[in-house]
Design a protein around this ligand. Structure first.
Ligand code: TEU
Length: 583
């Protein structure tokens, strides 16, 4: 079975955990307790690409510090920083060589402390990325472990002794041969890596490793960070009897690689040892369908609290091929149902997140909106309306607030991302159509979403004086913060207004979510209801006029926000028209 076919359905989740305070119940929906992270909008910063203060072409912490007031001006409540720890950067920080030090290109621990204080002074919480499934092969644990089987760190990793022959097949996503074991000569054994061979998997079976991880997490909690986004968490537990994989499980991350036998024991232990002792929110990523994900977020289990799924962002790719866009687009009716389904998954327990982009995704405007000059503004505003009106915590990716779009590289040499380079090598090795592959990647590759932030019209879009590590999108002369800041109707100022609307109307946070006009192939329509207040969200996702048939009488409604100056009064929507009505 092709591994791509099986990998794509993997649903990932984002998990937040923190102490809850008692809140009001929701008469229009199931009772939930209120917490700051349910009410927060999280702004994701990819530090390499946000602001370079020293001209080395790489964004850094001092750069973020210089933009604190801008971040505050967005009205957001928390930031999630992609990894800033010491790393050889083969996967841009997701290969950590020292969990308790800052990547020198990003600055120093002093800079980190100053940045943290700067955020806190502005009332913004800070969530760190925590990569716990694997570290870098340059981490001192692995450097020592790979020297000798007698090293105290040998059992910090998963090994297969070569005298037992070939290890049983395991899948790896960032390996050209998709093979998850790498031979290590000094120990005459193979080590396991679900990601790149430079990212050895940590052995969570070993209590000493777990205690070192908890100690490191306490180090960051003691510094005052407000939470963690925990990377690839569902993969941490492995069946160490190493059974052969049944053929139908090959490459299926949800069915086999995620939710290993002791996964929830480890998370509950982490909760006891670290999370329960601090007022922190943990943001983790894992894989799973609804029953699996609910296990992470059921409050009674004392694990984690919030989850996000990847089911929606996997739409629109050809089956059997990795992230190759389907020329026929995607099934919009089914896509709407995915959001409704995951909303209802968290109706009684747990909590969801709302996002359309992050550092593993292309730009949302290109993928889910329309980045043509005619529709870029309307569709950016529509997507913002959508994300910020979900019953889930919004995760909003840097640059989307000004409508940044895909850079669309033509040549493989322009890419940096290990995933793209691995997939390119695989297509090449099979004698596949490389031209077609590169065309597809213009829509779906991760580097599209990692280009430098577009601040203004100066050199490198104001990102920094040195040549940026990834090129700046050539549209920066028109698409930038400085221009949009001044323009009342800009995408940026629409984001600020929509965020204010969410903050001042609890109906958008806790209100019951009901999908309407389900079979409509153009319009996404839903109501949100709380304590007698009712809002209707109408979003025309298509570049043509479309009519919403909700059966609701709009004549007595008031418009809360819209992306056209004269919003629809009868549900007939212009291309990418977005309106929220209230009763
Ligand atoms: O991603 C985990 C993960 O499951 C990835 O396979 C993800 O689905 C893929 O990148 C989609 O293109 C996390 C990080 O978010 C990602 O940036 C890292 O590369 C990965 O872990 C390895 O640490």
């Amino acid at each position: 079975m092709k591994r791509y076919l099986l990998f794509l359905p993997a649903c990932c989740l984002l998990i937040l955990s923190c102490k809850e305070k008692k809140g009001q119940s929701r008469p229009d929906s199931a009772p939930v307790t209120s917490t700051w992270w349910k009410e927060a909008t999280v702004y994701q910063i990819y530090p390499r690409s946000f602001q370079d203060s020293d001209g080395d072409g790489v964004g850094d912490l001092k750069g973020i510090i210089s933009r604190l007031d801008y971040i505050k001006s967005l009205g957001i409540d928390a930031v999630w920083l992609n990894p800033v720890y010491a790393s050889p950067n083969k996967d841009n920080g997701y290969d950590i060589s020292d969990y308790e030090n800052i990547q020198p290109q990003f600055g120093t621990m002093k800079d980190f402390d100053e940045m943290l204080k700067g955020f806190h002074d502005r009332g913004i919480k800070v969530m760190m990325d925590m990569v716990l499934n694997h570290c870098s092969n340059e981490h001192k644990w692995f450097k020592e472990a790979s020297q000798s089987r007698n090293s105290p760190y040998y059992n910090y990793f998963h090994w297969w002794p070569a005298e037992k022959g070939e290890p049983p097949y395991r899948f790896s996503i960032f390996d050209e041969k998709a093979y998850g074991w790498e031979y290590n000569k000094p120990t005459n054994s193979y080590y396991l890596h679900y990601f790149g061979d430079f990212q050895p998997d940590l052995n969570w079976e070993n209590p000493a490793l777990r205690q070192d991880i908890y100690k490191m997490m306490r180090f960051w909690c003691d510094k005052g960070v407000d939470g963690f986004r925990m990377d690839a968490l569902a993969f941490i537990s492995k069946d160490t009897t190493w059974p052969s994989l049944p053929a139908e499980y090959n490459g299926n991350w949800v069915m086999y690689y995620a939710s290993g036998p002791r996964l929830h024991d480890y998370i509950q232990e982490m909760n006891r040892e670290v999370l329960s002792k601090y007022d922190v929110a943990t943001v983790a990523e894992a894989a799973g369908d609804i029953p699996r994900v609910k296990k992470f977020v059921d409050e009674d289990r004392k694990e984690l609290n919030m989850a996000y799924h990847f089911e929606a962002t996997e739409f629109g790719y050809l089956p059997g091929e990795y992230k190759m866009p389907d020329p026929n687009g995607y099934d919009f009716v089914k896509w709407k149902q995915v959001f409704a389904k995951w909303d209802s998954a968290f109706i009684d327990k747990g909590w969801g997140t709302a996002y359309l982009a992050n550092h593993d995704q292309p730009r949302m405007l290109t993928r889910w909106g329309n980045d043509s000059p005619e529709f870029r503004e309307y569709s950016s505003k529509l997507l913002t309306t959508f994300i910020l009106s979900q019953r889930a915590t919004p995760y909003y990716y840097y640059g989307d607030e000004i409508g940044m779009d895909n850079i669309r590289f033509d040549r493989v040499e322009q890419y940096n991302d290990v995933e793209l380079l691995t997939n390119y090598a695989q297509v090449k090795a099979k004698g596949g159509d490389l031209k077609r592959f590169l065309e597809g990647m213009k829509i779906s590759s991760r580097d599209n979403g990692r280009t430098p932030m577009q601040w203004d019209t100066t050199l490198n879009a104001g990102f920094g004086a040195g040549t940026p590590w990834l090129p700046v999108n050539s549209n920066y002369k028109t698409v930038n913060v400085a221009a949009q800041d001044k323009e009342p109707n800009s995408i940026l100022n629409y984001f600020r207004r929509m965020q204010q609307l969410r903050k001042s109307n609890p109906v958008f946070i806790y209100g019951k979510y009901t999908l309407l006009d389900k079979e409509n192939t153009s319009v996404f329509a839903y109501t949100r209801e709380l304590n007698g207040k009712k809002c209707l969200v109408l979003l025309n996702f298509k570049d043509k006029q479309s009519v919403a048939n909700t059966g609701l009488d709009l004549s007595k409604t008031k418009v809360m926000i819209s992306n056209y100056p004269d919003p629809s009064k009868d549900g007939t929507l212009r291309p990418y028209e977005a309106v929220i009505y209230e009763w």
